[in-house]
Ligand binder design. Structure first.
Ligand code: IPM
Ligand code: MN
Length: 368
C-alpha cells in the first residue's frame, strides 16, 4: 500500500519565523516517519524580505497556487523596515480573505509546569477553545473619511456581517464542540446537565447591549443553530464581562465563539493566561479548502537569529495542522512529547527556557 503524502506549503516569513518553522518541520518529519506518512514540502518566501526586495506582497497567482496544497504552515510575517499594516493587510489578511479562512481556531490550554499569571489557577481550570470568525466584521475594511483633514472630520469603520457568514462560523463552532467531546463530556457540566444529555458548552461572546444590529444577528443565528445541537449547552457573555471571567473563572469555559475583532482581542488575553506567546498555536481554517496554521506570536525581530525563542507554539501549531489533516494519532504524539519537554523547561519566556530553540525542538523529537 502506498503511504499517505501531504502537500504542505511552508511560509517561514520574517524575523524568528524561519527559526521556529525549522523546529516545527523537524518534529513533523519525525512524527511522519513514525506514523508512516510523508510530507511533500514547498517553500514560499512571502513576507517583509521579499517585499523589500521586489515590492511584491502576494501575487494573485500565488493564491491560486496555494489552493493546490493540503495545508499551509506559516512562521510569522512582519518587518521592522516596513510600515505597520502593509504586510499584515497585503499578506496575512489577504491570505485569510483570498482562501476564505473563515475560522480562526485558538485553543487555550494551560499545560503542567507552565506559569500562568493567574494566581491559583491550574491546568484543570484553563482548557477551552476560542472560535474566532476570521473574515468579516471590522476586518472587511469598509469605511470612509468624511471631510478628511478638516476640524470636524469624521472616520467610519463598519462592522459588517451577513447571515451566511455568521451561520457558517456558528455551525463550525457547534460541530467542533461535539467533536471535542465525542469521547468524554466536558468536565465542567453538573450532574443535572449531564442527565439532560449535555456533553459540551458553547458561549457566544458579543455585545448585544450596544452593538444592536450585528449582535442581534449573531444572537438569533446562534440560538437557531443551537436547536440542532441539543447536546451542546449554550451560554452568552458580553465581551467585557468575558474578560473578567477569563481571568477570574476560566473554568466556566469550554468553547467561546465570537466575531473577528473581539476574537482578536480576547485571544491575546487568553494566550497570556496559558503562559504567553511562547506557547499559543492557531489555525486559520476553511473546512472545505486549504487551511493555514500559524503560531499566535509575531516575528520578534529583536530576537532574530539568537536561537532563544520558544518553538513550542509552532510545534503545537504543527500538531493542530496534523489534527486538521486527520492524523490524530500523530497529533496526540506531538502533544504528549511537548508536555514532557515543557516539564523540563525553566520558563516559557524568550531566553529563559534553559534550552536553545533548536535544542527544544530536538527534545520534542526525542520524546516522540
Ligand atoms: C492575529 C494578528 C492579526 C490580526 C494582525 C497581525 C493583522 O493580531 O492574527 O491575531 O489582527 O488578526
Ligand atoms: Mn491578534
Amino acid at each position: 500500500m502506498s503511504r499517505k503524502s501531504y502537500k504542505i506549503a511552508v511560509i517561514p516569513g520574517d524575523g524568528i519565523g524561519p527559526e521556529v518553522v525549522a523546529e516545527g518541520l523537524k518534529v513533523l518529519h519525525a512524527v511522519a516517519r513514525k506514523h508512516n506518512f510523508s510530507l511533500d514540502l514547498a517553500e514560499f518566501d512571502f513576507g517583509g524580505k521579499r517585499y523589500l526586495r521586489t515590492g511584491e506582497l502576494l501575487p494573485e497567482s500565488a493564491v491560486a497556487g496555494l489552493k493546490a496544497f493540503n495545508a499551509i504552515f506559516l512562521g510569522g510575517i512582519g518587518h521592522p523596515d516596513v510600515k505597520p499594516g502593509i504586510l499584515e493587510r497585503g499578506v496575512l489578511l489577504k491570505l485569510r480573505f483570498a482562501l476564505d479562512l473563515y475560522i480562526n481556531l485558538r485553543p487555550v490550554k494551560l499545560y503542567e509546569n507552565v506559569r500562568t499569571p493567574l494566581r491559583d489557577k491550574s491546568p484543570e481550570d484553563i482548557d477551552y477553545v476560542v472560535i474566532r470568525e476570521n473574515t468579516g466584521g471590522l476586518y472587511t475594511g469598509v469605511g470612509e473619511f468624511q471631510r478628511k483633514g478638516s476640524p470636524d472630520e469624521v472616520a467610519v469603520q463598519s462592522m459588517i456581517y451577513s447571515r451566511p457568514q455568521v451561520e457558517r462560523c456558528v455551525r463550525y463552532a457547534f460541530e467542533l464542540m461535539r467533536r471535542r467531546h465525542s469521547a468524554q463530556p466536558w468536565r465542567g457540566l453538573s450532574e443535572e446537565q449531564l442527565r439532560k444529555g449535555y456533553r459540551a458548552k458553547l458561549t457566544l461572546c458579543g455585545k448585544t447591549n450596544v452593538l444592536t444590529y450585528v449582535f442581534d444577528l449573531w444572537e438569533r443565528v446562534f440560538y437557531e443553530v443551537a436547536k440542532e445541537y441539543p447536546d451542546v449547552l449554550t451560554d452568552y457573555c458580553h465581551v467585557d464581562a468575558i474578560c473578567i471571567y477569563m481571568v477570574e473563572s476560566p473554568g466556566r469555559f469550554d468553547g467561546i465563539v465570537t466575531e473577528n475583532m473581539f476574537g482578536d482581542i480576547i485571544t491575546d488575553l487568553a494566550a497570556a493566561t496559558q503562559g504567553g506567546m511562547g506557547i499559543a498555536p492557531s489555525g486559520n481554517i476553511n473546512p472545505a479548502g486549504v487551511s493555514m496554521f500559524e503560531p499566535v506570536h509575531g516575528t520578534a525581530p529583536a530576537f532574530t537569529g539568537q536561537g532563544v525563542v520558544n518553538p513550542v507554539a509552532t510545534i503545537l501549531t504543527a500538531m493542530m495542522m496534523l489534527q486538521h489533516l486527520g492524523e490524530d494519532k500523530a497529533a496526540q504524539d506531538i502533544e504528549a512529547a511537548v508536555k514532557k519537554v515543557i516539564k523540563g523547561m525553566k520558563s516559557m519566556l524568550v531566553g529563559q527556557m534553559g534550552y536553545s530553540t533548536s535544542e527544544a525542538g530536538d527534545l520534542v523529537v526525542k520524546n516522540l
